[in-house]
Design a protein around this ligand. Structure first.
Ligand code: SF4
Length: 455
């Protein structure tokens, strides 16, 4: 049974402009959701400067890569892409290449030394991009990596680059004031600043008017959102009320900052999805202290208990790092036992990768041997596979509400979408459309997806 259908979506000013006459910008995005949203802000800035967005690198006058520095292999991938862009420049020497985002902020001028990159621009300097592009037209290189205490791009309506027009991101804050020992973000994105709630609501209403059905509020640490006397729980309520027909999600929460008020607001509004991403990073209090996470194992588990009490059907996901500096076998076992206690529905799991100039790089030795890191990570991934399968099995035979997001990658005859708990569901297309909210009976599952039929 269909619960609602969006009808014809009127997608107007905030879609990309594809225009044969204008110079063209191609943008590739790596890393987190914040970067995805930043690329949309950059597209809006360049569209205003007269550029059209293209998905064909071969016709672009300007190639941008929005980068991530969070792990070494993320940066290695970008170096690989830069070599590919070198070939494009050989074919068409008038093309400009820009590196933007976290890697630009971290490596600064050094990125200009390779005869590939013309522009380097950090996360707080995107408004300067048209000026720097103009500079490259006279053969010069351009760089701006100044961090700001105020910039939130709150007056810019991002050009939505995704193709389906169902889900979108709104950044509610930028930067981070925590100094987790492993993390490069405070150095690449600067200090924390929140965005005026009125501008958040304005952007939300634009999305709603353009047919979007779900919004994810983004921040490095949404729980420390603060604008005058508006805190994150207040903002969440404002958003839920301003767009009652849209689903609302948010990311990322910090276990030390998440309040009961946020949980109560989630429980109060049906359109706020029942899922929380609550990065734990380690199950050992000793390692959490070294990581400067500012909570203990017990405090974290108490947060989980409170979430389950206030929102009984809330899905919980997490981030875990295997093999942080000084991690013993016992610390690792603490992580495994915490995972079981928390019963995560989903997790992002990585082995520790030292990032230059972070607190960990300055204070600790990256002393867990690579083969041990890999072994521990494998155990963590194997355990999470079991936990995810257990979580999905609980949904068998139940009826769930799914927002249809796209055609399934595996079959054109199937659609895919997510439940409130952020679980991916695949089901035969029948007469549903992308953007519909439908009821699906779950008939089968794997650890990665639920499968079902429309009812
Ligand atoms: S909260 Fe910690 S892990 Fe998250 S962005 Fe800030 S410093 Fe990095």
């Amino acid at each position: 049974m269909h619960i609602s259908s969006p009808g014809k979506r009127t997608i107007t000013s905030i879609r990309p402009v594809f225009d044969r006459e204008k110079p063209k910008m191609y943008i590739e995005t790596y890393g987190c959701q914040m970067n995805v949203n930043d690329s949309e802000v950059v597209a809006a800035i360049m569209q205003k400067a007269g550029y059209a967005v293209t998905k064909d690198i071969g016709e672009a006058n300007l190639i941008l890569v929005n980068t991530c520095s969070v792990r070494d292999n993320a940066e290695q991938r970008i170096w690989g892409r830069l070599e590919y862009f070198r070939q494009e420049k050989k074919k068409r020497p008038d093309v400009s290449v820009g590196v933007i985002g976290c890697m630009a902020e971290r490596l600064k001028e050094s990125l200009l030394e390779n005869n590939i990159v013309d522009i380097v621009i950090g996360p707080d300097a995107y408004r300067d991009l048209p000026k720097l592009v103009e500079k490259t037209e006279s053969g010069q290189k351009g760089i701006n990596v100044l961090l700001s205490r105020e910039e939130t791009y709150s007056d810019i309506s991002p050009v939505r680059l995704d193709k389906t027009g169902v889900t979108a991101f709104i950044s509610i804050m930028r930067g981070c004031n925590n100094v987790c020992a492993f993390c490069v973000v405070p150095y690449t994105r600067g200090g924390e600043r929140s965005r005026n709630p009125e501008t958040v609501i304005r952007e939300l209403k634009e999305l709603s008017a353009n047919g979007y059905k779900e919004v994810t509020l983004l921040g490095q640490n949404v729980d420390s959102y603060s604008w005058d006397s508006v805190y994150f729980a207040d903002l969440l309520a404002m958003v839920a009320e301003a767009a009652p027909d849209m689903r609302v999600r948010f990311s990322t929460s910090h276990p030390k900052d998440m309040t009961d008020n946020v949980l109560k607001i989630m429980a109060k509004y049906d359109n706020i999805c029942n899922c929380i991403h609550l990065p734990v990073q380690s199950g050992s209090t000793a390692i959490l202290q070294k990581m400067n996470r500012k909570y203990t194992r017990e405090e974290y588990l108490l947060r989980i208990e409170t979430i389950r009490k206030i929102i009984p059907d809330c899905a919980i996901s997490t981030d875990i790092i295997a093999g942080f500096c000084g991690e013993t076998q016992k610390d690792h076992e603490d992580t495994l036992s915490l995972m079981k206690e928390a019963g995560y529905d989903f997790a992002y799991m990585f082995k520790y990768s030292e990032r230059p100039n972070t607190r960990a790089a300055r204070q600790f030795r990256d002393d867990v041997p690579e083969e041990i890191k890999i072994k521990r990570l494998t155990e963590i991934i194997d355990l999470q596979s079991e936990l995810s399968l257990t979580s999905h099995k609980k949904d068998l035979d139940s009826i769930v509400e799914v927002l249809v997001e796209d055609i399934s990658k595996r079959s054109e005859n199937d659609l895919c979408g997510r439940t409130s708990q952020n679980k991916m569901v695949i089901f035969p297309k029948e007469n549903c459309n992308i953007g519909d909210l439908v009821k699906i009976k779950i008939t089968d599952c794997t650890q990665a997806t639920l499968k079902g039929i429309l009812i």
